[in-house]
Design a protein around this ligand. Structure first.
Ligand SMILES: NC(=O)c1ccc[n+]([C@@H]2O[C@H](COP(=O)([O-])OP(=O)(O)OC[C@H]3O[C@@H](n4cnc5c(N)ncnc54)[C@H](OP(=O)(O)O)[C@@H]3O)[C@@H](O)[C@H]2O)c1
Length: 347
């Protein structure tokens, strides 16, 4: 049994870590922090954990040493605190953006602020278990990917690796649920403004493009990924519809083969492309609470367009579930421990 603590336990990602780890047979959550709710029961903020988690939130200054520390702070908050966190725990999984990019210049271009701890960037392994399992197993520090990033990477990685699609254009049309922006209220999350929205909030310049390109560029080609993000009426979930263009004519069975070869043995990636039924393609609705990433595709009969579809729950495969999967690898546990929930239908 290992002891872990969660910094930012009152947030949405922190709440999902608490939910998943409550049923992990080899992990005990010792502490969870909140500045706002220090001294209050966890179940006050995460009511789904009533009778499941009897922890009380603590302040950052009360944290004790542990075997692994999850850091679930808003972007930009963990870099200055990281050196102190490293004294508390030999292993850290940071869910924020601060340590995802290896190149500080690219980080600064996308986040418009200097990176104050760039010397630590290279210590972090980028946490996509389906691609970097061997590095994650040996890592002390893991940076959890952004949620649009991980679903887009899982869709595109086998296609770039096998030289199937053009490096440009790659257009990611991302439809996002509201929980993606965390639990801090803002004018855009105010119910009359958010309810019923189909709001284009980032038509160009999305930060997660940098992470996706960082992974896809490893094969030597220079890939350019453009994201357009739209907020839709949904609490959890992301659907990416990715427009790519084939380099040469390929049969559908070849694309199947490439995806099966890459993901056939991976516990949380499913290829979803059915000829009948309502759920012929990936759909985030039925992935709520699960760690699955569903991937589908359809080839245009005219021209060279290959549409790749990916769906996840942003709070699970997009954050907390993926982080638990990384923990399992880091400690040599079975990769799917505590992540077996198959979702609900109907929901
Ligand atoms: N939401 C998603 O879908 C998603 C997906 C992928 C990655 N992530 C990443 O996960 C991280 C957490 O996201 P979230 O959605 O859980 O955010 P959130 O709901 O806003 O929660 C943020 C947490 O950080 C704490 N906090 C804020 N500022 C702090 C400070 N200066 N010092 C100490 N604690 C502080 C808050 O505690 P208080 O109670 O004190 O306010 C809260 O527990 C972010 O970096 C985000 O990029 C989120």
């Amino acid at each position: 049994m290992i002891n872990v603590s969660i910094i930012g336990g009152s947030g949405y990602a922190g709440g999902e870590l608490l939910r998943l780890l409550a049923f992990h047979p080899k992990v005990k959550v010792k502490q969870a922090t909140s500045m706002r709710f220090a001294g209050q029961p966890v179940s006050l903020v995460h009511p789904n954990l009533r009778g499941v988690c009897d922890l009380v939130f603590c302040g950052l200054e009360e944290l004790k040493p542990c075997d692994l520390l999850f850091v679930a702070l808003p972007n930009g908050e963990s870099m200055d605190l990281m050196a102190n966190f490293m004294k508390l725990s030999p292993k850290i999984i940071d869910l924020g953006a601060d340590f995802r990019l290896q190149d500080e210049k690219i980080w600064e271009n996308y986040y418009h602020t200097p990176h104050t701890k760039s010397a630590l960037l290279k210590k972090f392994v980028y946490g996509v278990p389906e691609i970097y399992a061997e590095q994650i197993k040996k890592a002390d520090y893991v940076a959890g990917p952004g949620c649009e990033a991980i679903v887009s990477i899982l869709c595109l990685y086998p296609l770039i690796k096998n030289n199937l699609i053009k490096e440009e254009p790659i257009i990611v049309d991302a439809k996002m649920g509201s929980s993606q922006s965390g639990n801090k209220p803002s004018s855009s999350s105010h119910h009359p403004e958010r309810a019923g929205a189909v709001r284009s909030y980032q038509p160009v310049g999305h930060r997660h493009a940098a992470e996706i390109e960082q992974v896809l560029n490893q094969f030597g080609q220079k890939v350019t990924v453009n994201i357009s993000a739209t907020a839709i009426e949904m609490v959890r979930g992301i659907l990416v519809t990715i427009h790519t263009f084939l380099k040469k004519e390929v049969e559908e069975k070849e694309i199947w083969k490439i995806l099966r070869t890459e993901y056939g043995e991976k516990p949380f990636v499913r290829i979803v492309k059915k000829k009948q039924g309502l759920y012929r393609f990936p759909e985030p609705k039925i992935l709520q609470g699960t760690n699955y990433c569903d991937i589908g595709f359809e080839k245009e009969s005219k021209g060279s367009r290959l549409v790749v579809l990916g769906a996840i729950d942003n709070l699970v495969k997009g954050t907390a579930g993926n982080a638990v999967q990384c923990l399992n690898l880091m400690f040599g546990f079975e990769e799917s421990l505590a992540l077996e929930f198959p979702g609900l239908h109907p929901i």
